[in-house]
Ligand binder design. Structure first.
Ligand SMILES: Nc1ncnc2c1ncn2[C@@H]1O[C@H](COP(=O)(O)OP(=O)(O)OP(=O)(O)O)[C@@H](O)[C@H]1O
Ligand SMILES: Cc1ncsc1CCO
Length: 278
C-alpha cells in the first residue's frame, strides 16, 4: 500500500496543470456561496464562469473543461440551467460534479438530483453525510442543510460507511464524496478517507460548496478519484493552516483564502492525511 507521502506526491502534477493550463470551470452555484466559489477557482489557478441564463448556459459550458452544479438555494431557472448545462457537458464529455446540497431536507431537490444523475451521469457526486445517505436510500438525520450528528463520518466509522458508498458509486459509475470530520471518497474498486481539516470549516457557511468546486477544478486535469483526493486534501490543509492563527471566523475566512492561494507542494505532501480503506 503506498504511503501518504507518495499518494500526495502523485497528486502534485494536477496542481501544476491547473496553474499552467488555467482551465475554465463552469459553476452553477447559488448566491450564498457564489463569490467564495469563484474566488476559490482563481485562488488555485483556474478560470471561472458562472453564467446561468437558460439562453446562454449551453454555449458557455461548451468552452469549459469541467462543470460543477450545486442545488443550494435552488430556483426554477437554475434547475433548468443545470439540466441544460449538464446535458451539454455530457454530450461533449466534459466532467461534471453534482453537489447535492439540501436534498436531505427537500423532496424537490432530491428528485432533481436523482433525475440529473441518471440523465447527465456526473463523474463525482458530493454531499455532506446526511445528503449522501439520502441518495443511497439509507436512514439519515439531517437538519435543514446540515448533516445530523449521528451521520457524520469519523476516523472510527469511515470503514463501515465505505461499503454503502461503494455500492452507490458502483451503481452510478461515479466517485462519491461524503464530507465531514473525515471525508470519504468511494468508487467501484477503490476507496479512501481524508482526515485533514478543522471544525472551523464546518462553522463557516459554504465550505462544503467550496469543496465541490475545488474537486471539479481538478477533474479538468485528473481522474475523478484523484481529483476528489486532491480537492479534499487541499481544502483540509488550507483549513488547518488558517485555523492555526486563531478561532475567529472572520479572519479564518480570509486566512482560508490566503492559504488556498499560497499552498506549496511541500505543504500538501507533508500535510496530507489519507486513510486507506482496508
Ligand atoms: N469536524 C471537522 N473536522 C475537520 N474538518 C471538517 C469537520 N467538519 C467539516 N469539515 C470539513 O469542512 C468542509 C465542509 O464539509 P461539511 O460536511 O461541513 O459540508 P456541508 O455541510 O456541505 O457545508 P455547507 O453546507 O456549509 O457548504 C469539508 O472540507 C470537511 O472536510
Ligand atoms: C445552501 C445554503 N442554505 C443555507 S446556508 C447555505 C450554504 C451552505 O450550503
Amino acid at each position: 500500500m503506498p504511503n501518504n507521502l507518495s499518494v500526495a506526491a502523485d497528486l502534485i502534477p494536477l496542481r501544476r496543470r491547473i496553474e499552467t493550463e488555467k482551465p475554465l470551470i463552469h459553476c452553477l452555484s447559488h448566491p450564498i456561496t457564489m463569490n467564495d466559489c469563484a474566488n476559490l477557482v482563481l485562488a488555485v489557478g483556474g478560470t471561472v464562469s458562472m453564467a446561468s441564463h437558460c439562453r446562454e448556459v449551453e454555449e458557455v459550458v461548451s468552452q469549459a473543461r469541467a462543470l460543477a452544479v450545486n442545488l443550494g438555494n435552488i430556483t426554477d431557472e437554475r434547475m433548468e440551467a443545470m439540466r441544460l448545462a449538464g446535458s451539454r457537458a455530457a454530450s461533449l464529455g466534459i466532467p461534471t460534479l453534482i453537489d447535492v446540497t439540501g436534498i436531505s431536507t427537500s423532496t424537490l431537490r432530491k428528485n432533481f438530483a436523482v433525475d440529473f444523475i441518471s440523465a447527465c451521469r456526473p463523474c463525482v457526486i458530493k454531499g455532506n453525510s446526511s445528503e449522501i445517505l439520502t441518495l443511497a436510500g439509507l436512514p439519515q438525520h439531517g437538519i435543514g442543510i446540515d448533516a445530523g450528528a449521528e451521520d457524520l463520518p469519523t476516523r472510527g466509522n469511515y470503514e463501515e460507511k465505505m461499503a454503502a458508498l461503494t455500492a452507490y458509486a458502483t451503481k452510478t459509475t461515479s466517485v462519491v464524496v461524503m464530507s465531514g470530520p473525515v471525508d470519504i471518497i468511494a468508487a467501484a474498486g477503490a476507496g479512501c478517507a481524508v482526515a485533514n481539516g478543522t471544525p472551523l470549516l464546518a462553522r463557516l457557511t459554504g465550505t462544503g460548496c467550496m469543496l465541490g468546486v475545488l474537486i471539479a477544478v481538478y477533474t479538468a486535469v485528473g481522474t475523478p478519484f484523484r481529483a476528489a483526493i486532491l480537492g479534499t486534501v487541499t481544502l483540509g490543509i488550507a483549513g488547518e493552516i488558517a485555523a492555526a492563527a486563531g478561532p475567529g471566523l472572520g479572519s479564518f475566512h480570509s486566512r482560508l483564502f490566503d492559504a488556498l492561494s499560497t499552498l506549496t507542494d511541500e505543504q500538501i505532501c507533508r500535510g496530507a492525511h489519507i486513510l486507506q480503506a482496508k
